[in-house]
Design a protein around this ligand. Sequence first.
Ligand code: NCD
Length: 334
Amino acid sequence: MIPTLIAQTNGRNGRAAYLPFGEKRDGALFNQSILSVKQFSRADLEHIFAVAGEMRMMVERVGSFDLLNGKILAVLFYEPSTRTSSSFIAAMQRLGGGFIPINEVKYSSVAKGESLPDTIRTLEAYADVIVLRHPETGAAALAAQYARKPIINAGDGVGEHPTQALLDLFTILEERGGIDGATVTMLGDLKYGRTVHSLARLLSLHNVKLNYVSPDVLRMPRELAAELDARGVRQFQTESLDDVLDETDVLYVTRIQKERFANLDEYAALKDSYIITPATLTRARADMTLMHPLPRVGEISPTVDSDPRAAYFRQVEYGMYVRMALLAMVLGKA
Ligand code: NCD
């Protein structure tokens, strides 16, 4: 049956979007791009996490279901990925939708020199939503200027990684039961790590204390710290984990971002700055939550994995539920 089409002007790009008649059109995220965590209020977060919790329940009960039957997701990755791309694909498949994976842009027309706007305008002819990872900060926002369909930022250079931050927050909620009152310590490459940029901003919507542990040259960007300071967030910067370990409720470890260094000798000098071992955990709180966006490349010893505080592989699974929630909401089905 051919659905009756109705026009709806939603103001995004000043263009009309055409929707099958009867499609649910309300909801905070419906037809919206997800570009930065700055777009979320605390009420939005509560809504997203409630839907993610329902997704988790449904996956545990039935595995897959047909909420997004007939919808197609394009996954366009200009940088390497294991978790982000495959969790979006798994999320779409568990919701009964289809997907177009382009994670080897060297085999696509990008290798012939096609521009990002042209690639986006092509994929949106086939798909209902596009997930984009790109090495340049602002690439997702640029894509959204050209697109009629929603763009989801899966990492734009050293800028943001909003869906990772959402899953990080969902992990803290699921593991600890709440976020308010927590002391969160971010450790590693706070300059180039986009996950901590997004996570610090999302945490600033809560009553938290943030500790930043990094080599001096990899500190949290000054503008971001100033942005949070203006919102009244308590922040503390140090080079030593020992200064803050005993007060830490959540330790969020990150990889030194090798691909962002112009000088690989500088990377080599910094890459082993911090290594979490079982000995580190003997000095940490018994109920601390140890997180990492992954991949890890030596900064958490695998001998830590069996410690119940090591939450990073559970974090991976929470990511799929959050991405299921986001896809359902963006496509107007939740
Ligand atoms: C992160 C990224 O791509 O920013 N990975 C991820 O999406 N889980 C972290 C990293 O690469 O270090």
